[in-house]
Design a protein around this ligand. Sequence first.
Ligand code: MN
Length: 338
Amino acid sequence: MKKIAIEEAFATENLVTAWRAMLADGAPGEPGMAQHLGRLINTNRGWGAQVAERLVDLGPIRLAEMDANGIDMQVIAITSPGVQCLDADTGSALALEANDILADAVAAHPTRFTGLTAVQPLAPKTAAREIERGAELGLKGIMINSHTKGEYLDAASYWPILEAAEALDTPLYIHPRPASPAMMAPMFERHLEGSMFGFQTETAVCALRMIVAGIFDRFPKLRVVLGHLGEGLPFWLDRMDRIYSRGKNATDAYPFWTAKRLPSEYFLENIWMSSSGHNWDPAVRFVEEVAGEDRLMFAVDYPYEDCKQQVDQAEGVTARNPEKFYELTARKVFNITA
Ligand code: MN
């Protein structure tokens, strides 16, 4: 059995430079961004410096960490918030460059690395073309970091991206980023906007919006991957279905709930999950009980999480099909043959 970790991050030097320029400019319209990125790119010591060094490495540091912890392959994607906090043109150009760099790294280490295509949703048609180009480069899916300038993927302007993903049968990984501007204030006051709580809340909102808006009726073959054990959504499915059913059938039915079926039906047919940062036995067992053993894939969340800690913790999960969790489901979802 091989061990594939599917939510592993990287950044390009030019992306980091663009983030620096954005922060120097006050990051307009991106509350929380200074805190999200600042430690990462403005310090030269401690955890932030270690993460910064590892993000831009697609070679020896990453491979050594994988070797030391028994990770055979990483599915690598542009790190949060990617290019989505930049303007449409800058973001599209940096996404294209990042995809070339990642594809080169995959070509150099085909049995150790595979990757996902970065896109700038602010330029949806360009993004759709980049998804096609990414597939031609051998990349195995798409990475989008939740909202873009406060807008979510259920908005019709983003449908060309979803259409391209569905047409190519390539999975769309929706990854966290700091909460949208409208959600930020109460989280920010207690520094809850990041991976402490805001990331998963933000990303769960993104996925749930797509579900209730009927995105999976419109794009029934669209395949989405969520990290962090489905961003908590499995825990809520039972009650969501009851509330949704009641709202849909009421005489004053909610007009914004347009999906034909129950939320759990889409969740269990269109969505896969990773265990990134959440290789916690009781939570993993719960998710596998709710979603079955064909929906959950191993991930570390390198370089943000400690690789050894996540690997050791995942080994401690008491009941599962390890072949599916570590290897086979990832091979199916991302079409990995190497
Ligand atoms: Mn991550």
